[in-house]
Design a protein around this ligand. Structure first.
Ligand code: CDP
Length: 225
């Protein structure tokens, strides 16, 4: 039998990754992080000396040299670029965070990644997180969630993630970076960040990741969402 598909979308630093990983573990599904795929393309573009905002065509041309896919390692999907696992420290770096929204608004990049994201359905039950999973990538997903938190709570969470912010970053500077990324993600022409009409909204301000995961798993088991 085909697996179930759970789409979890939401803005930057809303806690999607932690929650999606917990949900996948509880349901025995595979966790797919599409943000990591955009971040990997961004890392490759920066390493090639490109300015993604000014050189979108060069970023698309670069894709011809990249082979990007999730592969199972000991039963867990691990993102691989050109046969090598993608190191987290490279794609979580602050310079990637500040450029990734420019890469993600290039239509040719989204087209290229869409197929690579959809092919993970072959794994079985998947929990896929991103910005356009419920609207564009898996519009027929059995369960859709839109996870949010207030801008200040999101900045607090991001500041607590070592290695993801520049030295000397403050709550205000992190909040500004997140707000700018959300602005670009929400206003782009192709697949903007927005909830699917049939998504269940969860505000996570006063909830722990475990509590959010509990709600999602309960919705899935009750057949809601
Ligand atoms: O982890 P964080 O909340 O900072 O963001 P992410 O999920 O790693 O996504 C990084 C960026 O990739 C987003 O700000 C979007 O620009 C882009 N993205 C997207 O456009 N569509 C997706 N499905 C996932 C990520």
């Amino acid at each position: 039998m085909a697996g179930i598909q759970i789409a979890i979308d939401g803005p930057a630093a809303s806690g999607k990754s932690t929650v999606a990983r917990l949900v996948a573990a509880r349901l025995g599904g595979f966790y797919i992080n599409t943000g990591d795929m955009y971040r990997t393309v961004t890392r490759a573009a920066l390493d090639a000396g490109l300015d993604p905002d000014a050189q979108p065509d060069a970023v698309v041309a670069l894709l011809g040299n990249l082979e990007l896919r999730y592969r199972l390692v000991d039963g867990v999907p691990v993102l691989h670029l050109n046969d090598q696992p993608v190191p987290q420290e490279g794609i979580r770096a602050p310079e990637v965070a500040s450029q990734v929204s420019f890469v993600a608004r290039i239509p040719g990049v989204r087209d290229w990644l869409r197929e690579r994201q959809r092919e993970t359905r072959a794994l079985g039950t998947i929990v896929m997180e991103g910005r356009d999973i419920g609207t564009v990538i898996l519009p027929d997903a059995s369960h859709k969630f839109f996870v949010t938190a207030s801008p200040m709570e999101r900045a607090r969470r991001r500041l607590a993630q070592a290695g993801e912010v520049t030295d000397g970053a403050t709550l205000a500077s992190v909040a500004a970076e997140i707000a700018e990324r959300d602005r670009i993600d929400s206003t782009r022409a192709v697949a903007p960040l927005r909830p699917a009409e049939d998504a269940v909204h969860i505000n996570t301000d006063d909830l722990t990741p475990d509590q959010v995961a509990d709600r999602i798993v309960a919705c899935v088991q009750e057949g809601k969402a």
